[in-house]
Design a protein around this ligand. Structure first.
Ligand SMILES: Nc1ncnc2c1ncn2[C@@H]1O[C@H](COP(=O)(O)OP(=O)(O)OP(=O)(O)O)[C@@H](O)[C@H]1O
Ligand SMILES: [Mg+2]
Length: 310
C-alpha cells in the first residue's frame, strides 16, 4: 500500500460491481489519513448539463449526497470532484481557439458541446485534459494543490481508453499546443513514478480470469500496474487443520449453510493463489465487510493501512 502513496495519480479500474468505487474512496481516505492531500475523482458523462451537480456512487461512498465539477472538501486532506469531459473540452478549446472569449462562446453552443461529447475519444480526451489540469494545479507556495489524484473509472477498458487517445490523436494532430498537452498526458499516464493503475476484482473464478486479462491489457498499453485488490474476500477463521476437522464433520451430512460458506472460502483461496501466480503486481486481499456507504470505506481504508508493504 505504501507505494501507492508516492504516486500522483491512481486509476481504479475493473469490471462492473466489483467494488471500484469502494476501493477508490478507501484509497483516498487511507492516503489522506497518511497525511497526503488527496483529490478523489469520479468520471461522469459529458452532455448538456456540464456544471450540473450529479448524484454519484463516489459521493455516497464518501458520505455525501453529490459532487460538483469543482473539488469540494470532504474531510481534512480529502476532497472530491466529478470529472466531466466538459471542463476539459473548455480548456482544450481555449488552447486551440485564438481567444478565451471565443472558446467560452463555443462551449455555450449546444451544437459544439454535442459534437465534442459524441465524437469517439473526445469525451476521454476531455477527461484526460481535466485530469492533467487537476494534477498540475499548484498552490501559491508552488507545491501541488493535491498530492494524489484517485480516479474511479466507470468500467473495464476505460484506463485503456485513456491510454489509447493520446496515440490516435497524435497521429491526427502531431504538432501544436494540443499535441504538447497530449504528449504530457501520455508521459504522465505511462510514468510508473507518477501513475499507477489499480485493478479491483472478486475472489471467484470468472472475475479472476477477467482481472488477469485486464492486467495483461494494461501492461500492453504501457500503463503501470500498481496493485490488484481482491475485494470481498470471505472471512476465514480456520487454520488448515481446523478446516480439515470441519470438512470431516460436514462430510456425509445433509447440505448446511456452513458448507456453502466453506465452499466460498475454498474458492476464494484458490482465486487468490491463481491471481498471485499470474500477475506480477502486489495483490492485496480486502475482506467482505458488513457495512455500507462511508462506514464501509472507513473500514476498508483501515484494512488497507494494515495490509502491509504491498
Ligand atoms: N469489501 C466490501 N465489503 C462489503 N461490501 C462491499 C465491499 N466492497 C464493495 N461492497 C459493496 O458492493 C457493492 C458494489 O460496490 P461498488 O459500488 O464499489 O462497485 P463498483 O465496481 O464501483 O460498481 P460499478 O461498476 O457499478 O461502478 C456496493 O453495494 C458496495 O457497498
Ligand atoms: Mg462504481
Amino acid at each position: 500500500m505504501k507505494r501507492l502513496l508516492s504516486l500522483r495519480a491512481v486509476l481504479v479500474t475493473g469490471k462492473g460491481g466489483v467494488g471500484k468505487t469502494t476501493v477508490a474512496a478507501s484509497i483516498a481516505k487511507y492516503a489522506a489519513a497518511q497525511g497526503k492531500r488527496v483529490l478523489c475523482a469520479e468520471m461522469v458523462g459529458g452532455g448538456e448539463n456540464a456544471r450540473a451537480e450529479v448524484t454519484s456512487a463516489l459521493a455516497q461512498a464518501l458520505g455525501r449526497k453529490d459532487l460538483d465539477d469543482q473539488p469540494v472538501d470532504i474531510a481534512p486532506n480529502l476532497r472530491a470532484v466529478a470529472l466531466s469531459p466538459a471542463l476539459g473540452h473548455q480548456k482544450f478549446l481555449r488552447d486551440v481557439l485564438p481567444m478565451r472569449l471565443l472558446a467560452d462562446a463555443a462551449m455555450r453552443s449546444g451544437a459544439i458541446r454535442r459534437f465534442l461529447s459524441a465524437a469517439p475519444t473526445f469525451p476521454e480526451m476531455g477527461v484526460l485534459y481535466r485530469m492533467l489540469e487537476l494534477v498540475r494545479q499548484t498552490r501559491r507556495d508552488g507545491s501541488f494543490e493535491h498530492d494524489l489524484l484517485v480516479v474511479d473509472l466507470p468500467a473495464t477498458g476505460h484506463a485503456l481508453a485513456l491510454a489509447q487517445i493520446p496515440a490516435s490523436l497524435l497521429r491526427v494532430i502531431p504538432t501544436g499546443p494540443i499535441a504538447t498537452a497530449v504528449r504530457e498526458g501520455l508521459a504522465l499516464l505511462q510514468d510508473p513514478t507518477c501513475t499507477g493503475s489499480v485493478v479491483v476484482t472478486l475472489p471467484e473464478t470468472l472475475p479472476i480470469s477477467e482481472a488477469i486479462e485486464l492486467c495483461t491489457g494494461i501492461e500492453q498499453h504501457k500503463i503501470p500496474l500498481a496493485t490488484v485488490f481482491v475485494n470481498r474476500v470471505p472471512y476465514d477463521p480456520f487454520s488448515d487443520e481446523e478446516r480439515e476437522a470441519v470438512r470431516t464433520m460436514l462430510d456425509g451430512k445433509p447440505p448446511t449453510l456452513g458448507e456453502r460458506t466453506m465452499e466460498r472460502i475454498d474458492r476464494s483461496r484458490v482465486a487468490l493463489a491463481r491471481i498471485s501466480a499470474a500477475v506480477r503486481a502486489p495483490i492485496v486481499a480486502l475482506q467482505d465487510v458488513f457495512l455500507e456507504g462511508s462506514k464501509l470505506t472507513d473500514e476498508v481504508a483501515l484494512l488497507m493501512d494494515s495490509a502491509g508493504p504491498a
